[in-house]
Each structure stands twice: as structure tokens, then as C-alpha cells.
Design a protein around this ligand. Sequence first.
Ligand SMILES: [Zn+2]
Length: 186
Amino acid sequence: MAKPQKQLMFAAVGGECACGRCGAPCKVNPVPGSKAKWLKAADKPKGLCINCAVHDHVRRLYPTNLILAQSAGRTLLDPGAQRLFWDLAVMHGVDAKFEDVDWGAIVAKWDLPFPSKLRRSAQNPVTEEELAMARLEGEQRRAGTYKEPMTEEEYQAQRQAAIDEFLGVMHKESHADPSPDHRDGG
Ligand SMILES: [Zn+2]
């Protein structure tokens, strides 16, 4: 079970800052019960805005992170998917309000890097590089240019063909040019 996302809870400190990822203005809630939307859990005015915090959360949820990577986050524009992800987030301790999240902004800012790199964990076996690969695959599938990765047999056949071609060229050259440099092994 993942630790609750503390950054989304109320804290008894106030202040303003920019989101550490997208630069959106954030307010740390100075008074419990105030209407401030951002960084409710911060113990100091530093961190991610609520949209980046939600993205930060879902990028650690396997296998949803792979599925989301394939659509560059666009799956999150589906209201049904939003509810599904939100239920998961709440199960993991997020206590922000669903209405506070701007899903369109999450998708629009999908490619911005996070201050911390995604790491493998007990809950998440994929790295940032693997998410990037999934994203590329999704793009290629949508564009109709996706090719299944080569099987071991295909790879070996292609490798053998390249070797044969290389040897063929070498063979021709050794016949065309009888200088000693080209007669190695012959
Ligand atoms: Zn942000």
C-alpha cells in the first residue's frame, strides 16, 4: 500500500509559491477551511500544484502509468477514466476534491519533466524510459506506423543476411583488387 499523498492535505502554514513542475501559482492553505486550492498538504510553500500532484501520483501507479503513457495522458480526458483514477487516488490517501483537478491541464502539460525521476518500486516496475517507449509506441500505433518488435528468429535472419552481404562484398573486392591488403585469410 502506497503512503498517503501528504502534499494534498491541509497544513497550518501559509504562503505562496510556483509549482515546482509547471510554475502554476500555488497557495499553501493558511487557515483550515479556507478556499485555497493548492498545496494543501505542504508543510512549507514548496511542491507541486494539484494537477501536477495528480499526474505525479498516477505516473507511479502500475499498470495505469503504462496505459496513460501510450495515450500521452489523453485517457484522462474521459470522464469515466477520471472517476476511476480518482477512486484509486483516494484509496491511496489523496484528500483533494475531484472538482479541484483540471484534467485538461494535466494532459496539456503531460510532457513537462518532474523534479524527481520515476523510480522502480514494489508498486511500480517501470522506469521513465519505459514510459517514454510506451508513449512512442502509442504515437506510432495511432499514426499506423507501428511495427511489432522483431522476434529472435527475425533478428537472427536479418543479422545473417547482413553478414552474407558483407562477405559477398568482401569476396568481390578480393577478386577485383589483388593487393596483399585485401587477401587476408585467403
Ligand atoms: Zn504544476
